[in-house]
Design a protein around this ligand. Structure first.
Ligand code: EPU
Length: 338
């Protein structure tokens, strides 16, 4: 645990934007975290916990204490005939946990392969991809209260998961730091290939017998073909959420835009493909200086090198305005702006 002053956060955010932190420290245990939080000189300062920095847009310097999460460890805590319960430190890299499970045949997170970021970010925004969401395998998490430094357990219902949403993005925003996450995984895989692109990819790969290993490979291949690798081009995955609208609003919109891409939800409402709408507004592949809209996926904003967080935020504002004008809908950002 070493506190550094005036450090560049460029290596710590996948957008690769420049931003300076006044103070920076890692923490590798709950005790280290508590020590940092109770230190007199940091008491009144804003705090920012960073995991993989893969869902954040830094639009200015951070005049506070950045806490880089290095809580590691994956542990099998219990099992029954059908399940294993795995507890992972919130600072573990998500993909390392996925590989840990795939190599042991623990099923449930193979569709979530290659999502950038750390385990702790999973419940924060209920990460999801290719027909699966974290909530499907979530058991509980342990978090530290910033108010009184007590440790608290949150169950599935406590977390109030929704689409890219949880209680930690709503009323408990900024009030807790997630320390560990326990998942309930299946010993007997129930394969989920409901997302059309997976079946197509398995066929293309010539897979005869489906398995969690094959699904993981298919998902990785689809992601690589559509989504830019943050190591090469700065980005934070989908920049906006796909809007959810009522059946009436959907039918009205569909009347005006016959090609509208939408998916029915269980409650009768519809989820719209925001990437399609952004593409229809002419943004796909556009570049303004070093800020741009990805060539293969219009929902993803990218930094080609020297764009600032503000440049990317400005571009997102223009996109929101043009989608509003054409489709009458306000896109919401998925990425957290600081
Ligand atoms: N589409 C276009 N043009 C585009 C992009 C998309 O027409 O430029 C249309 C296509 O018809 C496509 C449909 O939109 O079939 C859906 O696109 P895609 O399958 O790429 O998924 P998405 O809705 O754009 C969501 C998640 C992704 C996740 C994929 C796969 C959100 C905000 N994003 O994207 O999650 O990987 O589904 O499940 O829900 C992330 O959250 O960072 C992320 C990458």
């Amino acid at each position: 645990m070493k506190i550094t002053e005036k450090i560049s956060l460029k290596p710590f955010n996948t957008f690769g934007v420049e931003s300076a932190a006044r103070y920076f420290s890692t923490f590798a245990s709950a005790e280290e975290l508590k020590t940092l939080l109770t230190e007199e000189k940091f008491k009144e300062l804003p705090k920012l916990v960073l995991g993989g920095g893969s869902n954040i847009l830094l639009c200015a310097d951070f005049e506070g204490l950045v806490l880089k999460n290095e809580l590691k460890g994956i542990e099998l805590v219990s099992e029954d005939a059908k399940h294993v319960f795995l507890k992972a430190g919130s600072g573990e890299v998500w993909q390392d946990l996925v590989e840990f499970c795939i190599s042991r045949n623990y099923a449930g997170i193979e569709n979530l392969s290659l999502i950038p970021g750390t385990v702790g970010a999973g419940p924060l925004q209920n990460i999801g991809a290719y027909g699966a969401e974290l909530k499907d395998v979530f058991f509980q998490l342990e978090a530290l209260s910033l108010k009184d430094l007590s440790l608290q357990l949150f169950s599935l219902t406590d977390c109030r998961f929704g689409y890219r949403n949880s209680v930690f993005k709503q009323e408990l925003r900024g009030k807790y730091i997630i320390l560990s996450v326990t998942l309930r995984l299946n010993k007997m895989p129930q394969l989920n290939t409901s997302y059309g692109a997976i079946e197509k990819e398995l066929e293309r790969m010539g897979v005869k017998e489906k398995s969690i290993q094959a699904i993981s490979k298919a998902v990785i291949s689809i992601r690589r073909s559509k989504l830019p690798d943050p190591q090469t081009i700065g980005n934070a995955g989908s920049f906006f959420k796909n809007p959810e609208i009522s059946r009436e609003d959907y039918l009205l919109l569909k009347g005006n835009f016959a090609e509208l891409v939408a998916y029915p939800l269980e409650d009768g409402s519809f989820k719209l493909a925001a990437g399609w709408m952004i593409e229809q507004c002419g943004w796909k592949g556009k570049r303004f200086g070093d800020a741009g809209v990805h060539v293969n996926q219009a929902l993803v904003l990218v930094n080609y090198g020297k764009a600032s967080g503000q440049n990317i935020l400005d571009l997102s504002e223009k996109i929101i305005a043009s989608v509003k004008e054409k489709f009458g809908l306000s896109l919401e950002r998925e990425v957290n702006t600081i």
